[in-house]
Design a protein around this ligand. Structure first.
Ligand code: FEO
Length: 392
């Protein structure tokens, strides 16, 4: 795709990756992604803001074909989907300096072997004049690495936040056209990447209140020409209380856990609780992550495999622990044949989740009336606890 103008002398020169289906060999990308790079021409200097994933270097190279000089390469974040093409850019522009935080410099020296002499490090609030345009650097650690910063173009009121506010979405729309589609993609991105850093993000949102922002230009997905759309969404994801929702990731091998899940879901729904169930044999793990953004409770359904939980369930528990959703209650349901340590092993895998563990329900073999009653009790307890907390 050709360069696209955002405002006078400010252009998008990124790459759209329609075909990528997995990020970090972990995160599903059902809608592809983009790596947004931006070129800012001041009256005296030229800055490139972030680069592209090395797999798309040829696209960036084509964008830069008729750009004779770049003075500064602004690096908001050192992860390689944005920084990985910097060495080739520096080779093409031998006088260009890399502008980043001190931590960004250290990471780039380690990850990309960029020599120390190529860097200018900036503190929070520092500015860089391009002549008639001024870049201001806003330190914003932990979105989602420790070195991250945001860049604000004062005269044009454009914020370049790199990963923050981004969405994995390949689209020809320069700016958001379909809010529903972008909301979904941005929420998935938040769930998979940003959720563990809610406290930091809350502070950064507070800080951004002091800036007049006309456009947010992230480094993945379309730009926001109505910034309140994504800022308000982030505010809700980081600050709102959880909702009256149970997330139920499960696996069944021979039908016993499946039968328990079906009964339990009906019991919860009867008591006015919304359930989002995910059969991990077929589910997109990103959907589970998104559901965890809002849920107050997670109940894990697992059969017993070699005395412990099913390995796919262990994977989901490990992921939930890493994502640190704001769950308040957790429990386990499932089945076993001759013995099980599934509950002990699973609860030992989620130390980051500061949630109350509710009495689990395990069935020896196919569930009996007694097991169904225990599931009814667990559903009642969850509904009562949600009500006590005023969750809606
Ligand atoms: Fe889009 Fe953290 O890289």
């Amino acid at each position: 795709m050709k360069a696209r103008q955002i405002s006078k002398n400010v252009h998008w020169i990124g790459a759209i990756d329609w075909d990528r289906r997995l990020f970090d060999a972990l995160i599903p990308l059902p809608d592809g992604t983009s790596y947004n790079s931006y070129l800012v021409h001041g009256s005296q200097k030229v800055a490139l803001i972030d680069t592209v994933d090395p797999s798309m270097l040829h696209v960036l190279t084509a964008h830069l074909e008729n750009v004779p000089a770049i003075d500064y390469v602004i690096v908001n974040h050192a992860e390689q989907d944005h920084a990985g093409s910097i060495p080739q850019v520096l080779e093409k522009y031998p006088d260009a300096k890399v502008v980043t935080t001190a931590k960004g410099r250290d990471l780039l020296m380690a990850l990309l072997l960029i020599p120390e002499g190529r860097f200018i490090t900036v503190n929070d609030g520092d500015t860089l004049s391009l002549g008639d345009k001024t870049l201001e650097f806003i330190h914003a650690p932990w979105v989602h690495w420790p070195e991250t910063m945001l860049t604000y173009l004062r005269e044009d009121k454009i914020l370049f936040p790199c990963d923050l506010f981004g969405s994995h979405l390949a689209t020809t729309d320069l700016c958001v056209a379909d809010e529903g589609q972008v909301y979904e993609a941005a929420k998935r991105y938040f769930a998979e990447i940003m959720m563990p850093f809610r406290t930091s993000i809350e502070k950064h949102l507070e800080k951004l209140n002091g800036y007049k922002i006309d456009i947010i230009a992230p480094s993945h997905g379309p730009l926001y020409n109505k910034p309140s759309f994504i800022i308000e969404a982030y505010r809700s994801w980081v600050s709102d209380p959880p909702k009256n929702i149970v997330v139920l990731p499960y696996i069944s091998m021979h039908g016993s856990t499946q039968k328990m899940v079906e009964h339990f879901v009906d019991a919860l729904v009867d008591k006015g609780v919304t359930v989002k169930q995910f059969n991990l044999a077929v589910t997109d793990i990103g959907k589970l992550a998104m559901a965890l953004v809002d849920a107050a409770t997670m109940v894990i359904g697992t059969p017993t495999v070699l005395i412990g939980p099913h390995p796919n369930i262990a994977h989901a528990a490990f992921l939930a622990n890493a994502l640190r959703p704001r769950l308040q209650f957790i429990s386990v349901i499932g089945s076993y044949g001759w013995g099980s340590k599934a509950v002990e092993q699973l609860t030992g895998m989620i130390p980051n989740l500061k949630a109350e563990v509710l009495i689990p329900v395990l069935s020896k073999g196919f569930p009996t009336e007694e097991v169904f009653k225990a599931l009814d009790n667990l559903a009642s307890t969850i509904a009562k606890k949600h009500k006590e907390q005023g969750l809606t």
